[in-house]
Every structure is written in C-alpha cells, then in structure tokens.
Design a protein around this ligand. Structure first.
Ligand SMILES: [Zn+2]
Ligand SMILES: [Zn+2]
Length: 264
C-alpha cells in the first residue's frame, strides 16, 4: 500500500511538472496559481469570486444602489457632496477576493497583480464607450515616501495596460502628491475630505490644458482623494475628469470599520 501511494505521489509530481511545461507560469492565474488565466488575465474561478458592479448605480459616483430605495439619478452621498469629477466608475465591490488582491498589491510587493487588475480595467472599458473619450490618463500619484516603501505606485501599474489599449498619453509626470496625508483609516468622512485637501499639485500645466482626463486609482471609498485630484486638474485647465477604479466601497453605518486607507 505504501509503495502504491508513493508511486501515485511521484506520478502526481511528474504530472504537475508537465502541466507547468504546457502552461508556463505566465499563463497561470496569478491570484490562485491553480487555474489557467483567461484573456482578462485572471482565472475563471477567481473572476467569479469578484462582485462586479451592476445597475442600478449612481450616475455620478458609480456606487451600486439598493433597488428598493433607489429611484433617483444620484445617490444620497452625491446630493450632499460636490464631487469635482464628472463621473466615477469601478469594476467591482471592495470586498472578498478583490479586497485581498488589492491588499497584496499594496502591501506585499506584487506588481504582477497590478498588471492583471489593469487588464480587468480594459475589459470594463471595452463595454463602456463613454470611457473611450479621454485623451490623457493619469494614475493618482502617491507621496514619494510611500513610493519608496512600496516600490511602485499601484495606480500607475493599473493605468499602464489601459493606456496602451486606449492609445492615449500616460501622464505620470503631471501631478505630484506633496502632502503625506495621515492614514485615512481612522478618519470620519468629513475628516477624509479635509485630510486630502491640498495634497496634490500640478507640475505640468501645459499637458493638462484642454485635456479630457481619465484618473485611475485602486479604490474609491469616500471619493475624497479622487475629487481633490480632479479639483486640482480642473483648476489647471482640464476640460473633464472621469475616474475609474478597480474597486468601490459601499458606504453604510459601518463604513469606517469596513474600509481602509481610502485610495492611498
Ligand atoms: Zn485563479
Ligand atoms: Zn453617488
């Protein structure tokens, strides 16, 4: 019996090796490493675990709304907050597997996940013609200190594949984040807006003048970060700022406990 199971184990090893030869690492799902990746860059099983955003949603901030209470164009949050971006959209809900992937990307040095999530953004844009309109793509910048700690700006990794797909200029030299903002974790909604105020500065006004900008970030929670970046870009002469993020947090009474680090 022992001999047989040992043989089976060895056979298993050989088969695994063959699988790797047939499907090199690049074609395996980079999230679970257990399935073949699809054209979106992620495997089918993992993709099914992501809660994609579906209507009804707020036309401004893109937050999904509960059908029974939503019969307006805009959500309650947008009615009280004057967001500077013209619209924001996200691919999925900030929960479950997507939340785990984003944490890996931000805190565990997994740049390949940025590439994969960037491909998800492409798949989303393919279905949304209004997002073909921008002529400049800007990843929300992070502070230099954070950049050095993390090794990359995750928003830039997300923007790269989309920039190639849309064939528009990547503006990673247009805006800087000067203020090392306090971590957004423990802040209330109002405090988040104040915390991020004055965080960005446009250093290349010429490129921004008259531009239709697509702002890319990993997560949209209160929208404070994206709105402040949009405000600064519009003041510098941009015509329009649209936002696209991988995930969006749904705000409720527990929102402070449920969300992390608001887009940094
Ligand atoms: Zn997978
Ligand atoms: Zn809204």
């Amino acid at each position: 019996m022992i001999k047989i199971s040992k043989w089976k184990w060895m056979k298993g090893q050989i088969c695994d090796g063959m699988v790797e030869l047939l499907f090199p690492a690049a074609e395996m799902c980079p999230v679970c490493h257990q399935e073949k990746s699809e054209s979106s860059g992620i495997g089918r099983n993992c993709l099914q675990k992501i809660a994609l955003i579906t209507p009804p949603l707020c036309l401004k901030c893109g937050r999904p709304q509960r059908l029974e209470v939503f019969n307006a164009k805009y959500c309650q949050q947008c009615l009280v907050t004057g967001y500077y971006f013209s619209q924001a959209r996200a691919v999925g809900l900030y929960e479950g597997l997507l939340r785990e992937i984003l944490a890996e990307l931000k805190y565990r040095y997994r740049p390949e996940l940025g590439q994969v999530l960037g491909k998800l953004l492409i798949e989303w844009v393919k279905l949304h013609r209004e997002y073909h309109d921008p002529n400049l793509i800007i990843p929300v910048p992070i502070n230099t200190q954070k950049l050095n700690q993390r090794g990359y700006n995750q928003a830039e990794l997300l923007a790269n594949p989309l920039q190639k797909y849309l064939g528009i200029r990547l503006g990673n030299d247009i805006m800087v984040r000067e203020k090392l903002t306090e971590s957004q974790n423990a802040l209330s909604k109002v405090e988040r807006f104040l915390n991020v105020k004055g965080a960005f500065r446009v250093i290349n006004t010429k490129s921004v003048t008259g531009a239709r900008i697509l702002l890319i970030d990993d997560i949209l929670t209160t929208g404070a970060t994206a709105s402040e970046a949009a405000r600064v870009l519009l003041r510098a002469g941009a015509l329009d700022v649209k936002v696209l993020t991988v995930a969006i947090g749904v705000m409720d009474a527990q929102w402070v406990e449920n969300i992390e680090d608001g887009g940094e």
